[in-house]
Design a protein. Sequence first.
Length: 243
Amino acid sequence: MHPDRIRKPIPSKLSAGTQKRKPITACIRCGTCCQKGGPSFHHADKNLIEKGIIHSRHLYTIRRGQLAYDNVRDCLMPVDSDIIKIKGKKDSWACIFFEEDEKACRIYANRPLECRVLKCWDTREIEKIYAENRLTRKDLISEVKGLWDLIKDHQGRCDHEKIHKWVKALDSAIKKEARKELIELIQYDTEIRKLVVSKAGLDAEMLDFLFGRPLIETIENYGLNVEQSGKKISLMSTSRRKK
Ligand code: SF4
């Protein structure tokens, strides 16, 4: 599983060799920007979600504090607020609305702000707006009382700062306690997702938007893998984990 990306990749920066051979001054519909990842949402995009043009089952949230890949700094960074993004296709970065054969956007007339301002031959506009006025889950669902309380509770219990602290403690004198705490958080995160689908009847496709991607997957960004045997969860270090 790839780590989530904070910023929409800018193709001109990613394929500088090609750009040198043939400078681009207008969109040639190569599709590279859509293949490299979908946009993050800003306040200007709120009505696209509120009017159901883009459904929340097409979105996922990178939660505050979560590690995500910053393609400009070329490293994993904790994010400072929720970042809501369009999901990628299975096993690739490509935006789910991107039609590979036609090299076209299925929601072109209603594409989000970042897609509208991204010009790979002149990145000034996207660089100006990418971190401004980001849309958060609070902006969208804080008025849905019971659901918002559940999300706040989940965010508090599975706070990434707390996770980071326990991951660091795996190399300390309290490593047993740290391992136990992390496993409990993963179990809680897994169970709450099952519960809102089975008891509250929520669409399972909305879970990555409501609670972020499952902790059982995002814990990989801390250099840990989860092994499951029935209900038993074990944490394994991967070579990526820095001590
Ligand atoms: S919403 Fe459309 S324009 Fe934006 S990344 Fe997806 S396919 Fe491309």
